[in-house]
Design a protein around this ligand. Structure first.
Ligand code: HEM
Ligand SMILES: *[C@@H]1O[C@H](CO)[C@@H](O)[C@H](O)[C@H]1NC(C)=O
Length: 337
């Protein structure tokens, strides 16, 4: 008896749920993020992006590092909504011009990809999806050379936000010297667990860090935690306590394999050759150390955790359906709203 009553209730409930859903569908369907979102509206989209990434990467290797870093800086700040790409306006300072975004570069190559996609399907593919997919395809290009890294299948259907907000950025993006507790909290709020955080920081196995982010570990006293050989190298690259803002002075994140996204980062930080304070802490905090050791030993374990965590990061709180817009140009919002 009870079960038939429950069943009846369930059926009624489902009907009304379906009715509600179709009422929404009449207006505009919001399927959220799905695999191959553009299969009907722009079937070549992912292929165009992949081809552009390959082409641009061949010419400018470090553009792949920028695309990867973009995923962090866009998705971790509230939403993967390409707000990172917006220029400052008279009213608002853009995210990319803040101190935490220091060193972000190569945005023009992202514009090149957007232009290629627009030529094929104007006004269809969001900058937010292009940002995420170029990062993903960049990973394939730089990981595990010469074979290429794991292909991480990612959903699409993100839409572009209409605001870039420098003022909230620090709540979301950890600083170079932030405590591990705070780093774990910030990533945890996005659903990324401790091994996921450890794996993502493996991105610091490529690219560079400017002296402005490092000099506090060298001057007035050298941080005693740093490996002496590394100190020598860092002092050579960053000879001034206050770096000349016009000179491009930096240290490569991974001296061993600077152009390859691999697990060498973990061996570096265990060897006290991590550049940032967070890198160093990661290898020394009791919550993260065991994962660092495991990832230092196994490229496969690291790569699978990296893929898992990057997927979660790219799905952080997206705009979908009719939210936001499809920007025509990635650095400015569309007019007439
Ligand atoms: C606690 C979290 C993190 C902090 C505090 C942090 C901080 C930094 C800093 C200060 C730099 C140097 C920028 C410069 O001087 O040019 C950097 C570079 C970089 N970061 Fe992170 N980062 C974090 C997490 C991540 C994550 C999750 C990713 C990607 C998944 C990432 C990818 C990169 C890449 C690829 C570079 C090199 C960029 C280039 O050479 O242009 N970082 N990061
Ligand atoms: C971290 O470094 C910045 C400068 O980049 C400094 O202003 C800040 O006080 C430092 N924070 C901590 C917790 O040491």
């Amino acid at each position: 008896m009870v079960s038939s009553k429950a069943l009846c209730f369930f059926v009624l409930f489902s009907f009304s749920a379906i009715a509600l859903q179709s009422a929404f569908a009449d207006h505009e369907e919001d399927v959220g993020l799905v695999m191959n979102f553009y299969k009907d509206t722009c079937p070549q989209a992912e292929e165009i992006i992949r081809e552009q990434v390959k082409l641009l990467y061949k010419r400018h290797k470090n553009t792949a590092f920028s695309w990867l870093r973009n995923i962090f800086h866009d998705c971790a700040v509230q939403s993967c909504d390409a707000s990172l790409l917006l220029d400052s306006t008279r009213r608002e300072l853009s995210e990319k011009e803040t101190d935490r975004s220091f060193g972000l570069r190569n945005f023009r190559y992202l514009d090149t990809i957007k232009e290629a996609v627009e030529r094929e399907c104007p006004g269809v593919v969001s900058c937010a999806d292009i940002l995420v997919l170029s990062g993903r395809d960049g990973v394939v290009a730089v990981m595990n050379q010469p074979l290429g890294g794991p292909y991480i299948p990612l959903k699409t259907g993100r839409r572009d936000g209409r605001r870039s907000r420098a003022e909230i950025l620090e709540q979301y993006l950890p600083d170079h010297n932030e405590s591990i507790s705070s780093v774990l909290d910030k990533f945890g709020a996005m659903g990324i667990d401790t091994p996921g955080v450890v794996a993502l920081l493996g991105a610091h196995s490529v690219g560079r860090t400017h002296c402005v982010k490092l000099v506090h570990r060298l001057y007035p006293e050298v941080d005693p935690a740093l490996h002496p050989d590394h100190v020598e190298h860092m002092l050579h690259k960053c000879p001034d306590a206050i770096p000349d803002p016009k000179a491009v002075q930096y240290v490569r994140n991974d001296r061993g394999t600077p152009m390859i996204l691999d697990n060498n980062y973990y061996r570096n930080i265990l060897d006290n050759k991590g550049l940032l304070q967070v890198d160093h802490q990661l290898a020394n905090d009791k919550r993260t150390k065991s994962y660092v050791k495991k990832m230092a030993k196994s490229q496969d374990y690291w790569a699978s955790e990296f893929s898992r965590a990057l997927t979660i990061l790219t799905e952080n709180n997206p705009l979908t359906g009719t939210q936001g817009e499809i920007r025509k140009q990635c650095n400015v919002v569309n007019k007439h709203h």
